[in-house]
Design a protein around this ligand. Structure first.
Ligand SMILES: *[C@@H]1O[C@H](CO)[C@@H](O)[C@H](O)[C@H]1NC(C)=O
Ligand SMILES: *[C@@H]1O[C@H](CO)[C@@H](O)[C@H](O)[C@H]1NC(C)=O
Ligand SMILES: *[C@@H]1O[C@H](CO)[C@@H](O)[C@H](O)[C@H]1NC(C)=O
Ligand SMILES: *[C@@H]1O[C@H](CO)[C@@H](O)[C@H](O)[C@H]1NC(C)=O
Ligand SMILES: *[C@@H]1O[C@H](CO)[C@@H](O)[C@H](O)[C@H]1NC(C)=O
Ligand SMILES: *[C@@H]1O[C@H](CO)[C@@H](O)[C@H](O)[C@H]1NC(C)=O
Ligand SMILES: *[C@@H]1O[C@H](CO)[C@@H](O)[C@H](O)[C@H]1NC(C)=O
Ligand SMILES: *[C@@H]1O[C@H](CO)[C@@H](O)[C@H](O)[C@H]1NC(C)=O
Ligand SMILES: *[C@@H]1O[C@H](CO)[C@@H](O)[C@H](O)[C@H]1NC(C)=O
Length: 789
């Protein structure tokens, strides 16, 4: 809606009686409204007063007169009915109440269009390019049309073109489009651009217009030839001694066309050049003649080789993968102006290429597979042979470049099948060795990386790029002497190729382990009296090292004891006969030393040797002190009284020292307690008992295999005088070995040499302890034999 224009609304009223729907009373009228307060119609002729308008939007109703007036609110058809295209289609319904009965009436306000909108171009500048050789009458559809929001003739647009000096016109198309029509011949060289104006004018009255700049550019065609300007002819004089390449003259031709259409090349005319030649003689005027030189365009004499690629090529080079079977590379054709029949093509020199002739053309192919690793690039020289003369036309030779592309046809190769290295144990962690595989391929196909086998110990790792093998810890030969590692080298081609090699790492020994005894404390038992150099027991020790580092030598640390390890082997031997009664056990140390270098390692172990008892001691009678000892017994001594005691000791141990006492010629009233040696009175003394009783008491130990015995006389004098009794000689020994039947022998009978007594043998073997007191109490039983201290 144009705010500057005055409001002009034509209102057509259609009356409708709400009660009497059948009776339609059409009424029409045209009014030109000038702003608000303009009467557009009245309800009075048809309906009685009073009047009341229910819809107050655009009209005001005088309640007394029934007159309908415009209000301040403008009626804009384009706003109210934007989609409506029919002239009387914009209808706004209104409702009013009329008469005393308040009847409802409906009527419509029809808003008609007025030309209040100007045409409008979306683009205010339209560009168009036309070739200068378009024919007159050619028409070009214009896309950029103007729009007008009004309808009917108010919205109907008519176009004219201004400022084209009659060269262009516009023509309406069916369907609303417009065409630009060329009315006069165009010439870019005369006028390259038309700045015109496309004017759109609607059909309203008065009408509105809009304009867009229409710029028509005339493009060039090659419709002009080069020309020299008339004054380009020139006479030039140069000096006779002008050097070569002296500028003689410059000419300039022009071509009014544009761009490449105006490119000019200069050349001499092939027409004749006339040279005036003078002949001079002394004192003569020169004679002259004329030489006409005709310069022909250069004849194309040399044959040429035309080539068409068949195989893949880049930058004029054939790209051929290696290992391909015979491959067609290119087709060659010989071109010559004359004598083509006498010419042929051939490859110069040797190479894996072949040229075969087929119907006038030549096919170039490989004759054997190419090998990138041998040669990455070939230059094939194809030359032209003149068959009649057998000569090569070198000027026409053509070099064809063949680039061999690599294929991953080589796996990495290790120079050896097994890598071996030796490393001392306890080595500092770090590099062990380097493996290197070569791959004859190039680029990724030859880029080798290394990796360790899947089950390789974690302590080993390899640099994937350099192949350097590292160990992250110190190696211990005693744990593992030989490490076998698999290293795989792979290239990065497609498909991947790989090779695996074995690396053997031998760990060399160091003397890092001392000998170890199999037990922390060795305890041995040796029977006493064993012969000298008898074996005592085996000593076990081990050393985890190898060779001399693990060779063990054993020796007794302190030489005081009677023990030795002959030849430093494993067995302990005695160096003397041992007497338990003298020393029942020995404590000493044995040292195990390896023979390693630079330093021998050793360890020591405690040895305890217990001397086992042998029944080599007879019981020794301590009481009575002598065979002549005598005790007086009162005759009235009551039965059961302990009268005397035989006390003996045995230096052996165990059963060897357990003693029993017996009276060999048991007949009197006295008896001996077998365990204690107590002598008691068994019954009351009778008269016949009043005399001297010599009891032959035998003390026996319980040693095995044979017990040892000692005998002693117990002399008891039964007399009521209570005199100190005295014996002058030993009584006679009763007969052995049946003491129960023996008779007592009276004093002073001298001791008779009896039949051989088995105990005398033992007695004769009895050792004597020279450095020992006879009365010394012997060693006690050593219960600790069975404890581990
Ligand atoms: C046409 O209009 C363009 C843009 O305003 C201007 O550059 C050009 O010189 C004009 N050409 C002519 C022939 O007036
Ligand atoms: C060049 O010299 C010739 C002969 O002297 C003369 O006829 C001609 O006019 C000269 N042309 C110019 C362009 O000076
Ligand atoms: C082939 O010719 C090219 C270009 O002249 C040259 O760079 C290349 O070295 C030659 N190759 C061989 C293998 O002769
Ligand atoms: C023993 O160990 C030393 C280093 O402690 C070493 O030099 C020597 O080679 C080793 N001997 C053997 C037989 O391995
Ligand atoms: C015996 O040797 C061991 C180990 O060398 C030592 O500890 C001990 O004192 C030595 N004993 C004697 C009595 O020399
Ligand atoms: C006591 O007599 C016995 C038996 O004749 C004899 O074996 C023993 O040696 C004698 N004792 C002493 C101390 O003389
Ligand atoms: C043996 O005699 C001693 C002293 O004469 C005495 O102390 C001891 O009790 C006696 N033993 C027995 C079992 O009678
Ligand atoms: C007791 O001893 C005395 C003195 O030696 C002796 O005279 C006497 O005859 C003895 N009595 C008996 C009954 O033997
Ligand atoms: C034991 O024998 C001796 C001498 O043979 C004798 O004097 C003594 O009276 C005897 N003793 C007994 C108790 O028979």
């Amino acid at each position: 809606m144009r705010s500057t224009s005055l409001q002009r609304v034509k209102v057509l009223l259609l009356w409708l009686d709400a009660r009497l729907c059948s009776s339609r009373l059409p009424w029409s009228g045209r009014l030109v409204l000038q702003g608000p307060g303009v009467l557009v119609g009245t309800l009075r002729p048809h309906f009685p007063a009073p009047y009341q308008l229910l819809t107050l939007d655009y009209l005001w109703l005088d309640s007394n007169t029934g007159g309908l007036y415009t209000t301040e609110r403008r009626l804009d058809r384009e706003e109210l009915c934007p989609e409506e295209t029919r002239v009387d289609g914009c209808i706004i319904p209104h409702t009013a109440i009329v008469g005393a009965d308040a009847d409802l009436v409906q009527f419509s306000l029809i808003v008609e269009d007025i030309n209040d909108n100007a045409p409008h171009f979306e683009n205010t500048e339209i560009h168009l390019s036309l070739s200068e050789d378009v024919i007159i009458g050619a028409a070009f559809l214009l896309d950029d049309l103007a729009q007008d929001r009004d309808i009917g003739s108010n919205g109907l647009i008519h176009y004219i073109i201004e400022g084209s000096d009659g060269v262009f016109d516009v023509d309406a198309e069916d369907g609303g489009g417009i065409k630009l029509v060329v009315k006069a011949a165009l010439d870019r060289e005369t006028r390259a651009e038309y700045n015109t104006s496309l004017v759109a004018k609607d059909g309203g009255s008065p009408s509105f217009t809009a304009a867009a700049a229409l710029r028509i550019t005339v493009t060039d065609v090659n419709d002009n030839c080069p020309s020299f300007s008339p004054d380009s002819r020139q006479n030039v004089t140069i000096s006779g001694d002008s050097p070569k390449n002296t500028l003689v003259a410059q000419v300039k031709a022009t071509d009014p066309d544009f761009g490449t259409n105006s490119v000019i090349t200069y050349d001499f005319s092939p027409k004749d050049m006339v040279l005036k030649v003078l002949a001079h003689g002394p004192h003569c005027s020169p004679a002259d003649t004329q030489v006409t030189v005709s310069v022909l365009p250069r004849a194309k004499q040399e044959p040429t080789i035309k080539m068409g690629f068949i195989a893949r090529h880049e930058n004029q080079a054939l790209m051929i993968p290696e290992n391909e079977p015979s491959t067609l590379l290119a087709v060659l054709e010989l071109e010559a102006e004359q004598g083509l029949e006498e010419l042929s093509l051939d490859i110069e020199g040797e190479g894996p290429f072949a040229l075969s002739r087929q119907r006038g053309t030549y096919l170039l192919s490989t004759s054997t597979p190419l090998d990138y690793e041998q040669k990455t690039e070939h230059n094939i020289t194809v030359c032209v042979l003149r068959s009649d003369r057998g000569s090569v036309i070198t000027a026409s030779a053509r070099v064809i470049r063949v680039v061999v592309t690599d294929v991953n046809d080589n796996a990495p190769i290790f120079p050896v099948s097994v890598y071996e290295t030796e490393v001392e144990e306890n080595n500092p962690p770090g590099r062990l060795l380097q493996v290197t595989a070569s791959d004859a391929d190039s680029q990724d196909n030859g880029r080798v990386t290394y990796r360790l086998g899947q089950h390789t110990d974690r302590m080993f790792n390899i640099d994937p790029y350099t192949g350097q093998l590292f160990v992250s810890v110190s190696l211990d030969r005693e744990q593992q002497t030989l490490h076998i590692i698999r290293v795989t080298a792979q290239d990065n081609g497609v498909p991947l190729l790989e090779t695996t090699v074995t690396v053997r790492i031998r760990v060399l020994d160091k003397n890092d382990n001392a000998p170890v005894f199999v037990m922390p404390h060795f305890i041995f038992f040796v029977p006493e009296n064993t012969p000298v150099l008898a074996p005592v027991g085996a000593l076990g020790a081990t050393d985890a090292d190898e060779g001399e580092n693990g060779t063990i030598v054993l020796y007794v640390a302190n030489s005081s004891g009677p023990f030795v390890i002959p030849n430093s082997k494993n067995t302990l031997h005695t160096t003397a006969s041992l007497d338990r009664e003298q020393q029942d056990h020995f404590e000493f140390w044995v040292i195990a030393s390896d023979q390693g270098a630079p330093k021998r390692l050793s360890s020591s172990v405690r040895i305890t040797v217990y001397i086992e008892d042998i029944n080599d001691n007879k019981p020794k009678v301590m009481l009575p002190v002598s065979n002549l000892t005598c005790l007086t017994v009162a005759p009235d001594t009551s039965a059961g009284t302990t009268i005397a005691r035989v006390y003996a000791v045995d230096r052996d141990t165990g059963l060897n020292s357990e003693l029993t006492y017996t009276i060999l010629n048991q007949s009197g009233p006295f008896k001996v307690d077998s365990k204690t040696g107590n002598i008691t009175l068994a019954q009351r003394l009778q008269r016949p008992d009043l005399r001297m009783h010599n009891l032959f008491v035998v003390v026996s130990d319980r040693g095995k295999p044979a017990p040892l015995h000692t005998a002693v006389w117990v002399n008891l004098f039964v007399n009521d005088s209570l005199e100190t009794c005295h014996l002058d000689c030993e009584p006679q020994e009763p007969p052995w070995p049946s003491p129960t039947t023996s008779e007592s022998v009276g004093c002073p009978a001298s001791p008779a040499a009896n039949s051989p007594n088995p105990f005398d043998v033992m007695q004769s073997r009895k050792k004597t302890f020279v450095n020992r007191n006879e009365n010394e109490v012997p060693l006690k039983l050593q219960d600790k034999y069975y404890s581990d201290e």
